[in-house]
Design a protein around this ligand. Structure first.
Ligand code: ZN
Length: 387
């Protein structure tokens, strides 16, 4: 049943090709996670040439074929403006992820006090000190002082306002939906105290959100494990969990959540059941792994194109792979286990689909058992660690 998932632990399975849901169903069956089977951002739709309705239809067809009767959701991901909303609403999406990242003032981290004081004009600064500075109680995520509060307002004030506007717009013509606010793609990490500020201001504005995706420290790049200091992240995730425990009304959401095998045990330790994990491109990489196994000539063409397109296609992604580091002589399918090759293949999907889309689709339909088996193995590895 397609429905909002509320606070149930949940897992997002983005599927760029429309053929992965059988593998996703096989992997999630019997776990505690409520699945999102349709999940696509506006950016991905642009690159894949698919509409929100097509993404929904592909997921629904597979759900019906598999006889999946438990709840599942559909995530309209990384929505930036109100104009992005209508096609997702029309197609019946249940989960709306609003990304006000463009409205986050990353420079606030380093601005001088005089600059912050200038920038804060136009915000509701007058009422905030009495809310945040009087009688501070330490609850495991720190307490605001005048300067840190000023910085939080300047950094996130506009983003909160934008997300609130998106929520109000959506609430006008829908009731009963999951609402997520994500600032995960910004340059500056979200401190636990800033996370508290965002959650509290959204709540004060009447926004009923079911998940929130802060930007965590370190690098959560696409399709590869965490890059950064795990001990520092451990401390940070505990502090963010203290914020969610304080409110008790929403889940923490991890974007670019695939392949972060070293991080999952920390998430389970601190966040428990209150989590949502989003994945997308990793299913595309399993499609390419399947091709590398059974259609090596096609895979080699996709890799060659990817190496050529990567310098351009990487532009809107947080990735650090270098073309020069992709070996020329790996045995197939070992490219799918190589850091640089994975990122190159991951962010060039739009180019690959534009040039080889029909061949890729046909090959995956022909070899659907291989694809489903690869997805099952890959996602069981994720879900076992998160279980
Ligand atoms: Zn994201």
């Amino acid at each position: 049943m397609l429905t909002p998932l509320g606070l149930t632990p949940s897992f997002g399975f983005g599927d760029r090709l429309g053929l992965a849901t059988p593998g996703h169903i096989a992997a999630v069956k019997g776990t505690k996670f409520a699945p999102i089977f349709a999940q696509q951002s506006v950016r991905e739709n642009t690159r894949t040439g698919r509409t929100p309705q097509q993404v929904m239809n592909d997921a629904r067809r597979a759900v019906e074929a598999a006889g999946w009767e438990a709840p599942w959701g559909a995530d309209a991901d990384h929505l930036k403006t109100v104009d992005d909303l209508p096609p997702f609403v029309k197609a019946g999406y249940t989960f709306y992820t609003v990304d006000p990242g463009e409205h986050v003032d990353n420079a606030a981290d380093r601005d001088r006090l005089s600059v912050l004081q200038e920038k804060v004009k136009g915000f509701n600064w007058d009422e905030l000190p009495s809310i945040y500075l009087e009688n501070p109680v330490e609850r495991g995520f720190g307490v605001f002082e005048h300067d840190s509060l000023l910085r939080a307002v300047v950094k996130y004030g506009k983003a909160i306002r934008h997300a609130t506007g998106m929520y109000q717009h959506l609430a006008q013509f829908m009731d009963g939906f999951d609402f997520e606010v994500s600032v995960d793609e910004t340059d500056s990490p979200t401190t636990a105290l800033e996370h508290y500020f965002i959650a509290n201001e959204l709540s004060r504005a009447g926004v009923r959100f079911t998940s929130l995706a802060p930007r965590f420290i370190g690098r959560f790049e696409k399709g590869v494990d965490y890059i950064g200091d795990l001990a520092a992240l451990d401390v940070e995730l505990a502090r963010h969990a203290a914020v969610t425990a304080h409110f008790g009304t929403y889940k923490l959401s991890l974007h670019s959540g695939s392949d972060k095998f070293s991080v999952y045990p920390l998430m389970v330790k601190h966040w428990g059941e209150r989590l949502h994990v989003k994945t997308a491109g990793t299913s595309y990489l399993e499609a390419l792994r399947s091709l590398a196994m059974v259609e090596p000539a096609l895979f080699k063409q996709i890799l060659a194109l990817g190496l050529q397109r990567y310098p351009i296609d990487r532009a809107s992604y947080h990735v650090s792979a270098e073309v020069e580091k992709v070996p020329g002589d790996l045995e197939l399918p070992a490219y799918l286990d190589h850091f640089d090759a994975r990122e190159v293949l991951h962010v060039t999907f739009g180019s690959a689909l534009a040039q080889f889309g029909d061949e890729i689709q046909a090959a995956l339909v022909r070899h659907n058992q291989v694809y489903t088996a690869n997805l099952l193995r890959h996602f069981r590895k994720h879900l076992d660690l998160l279980g």
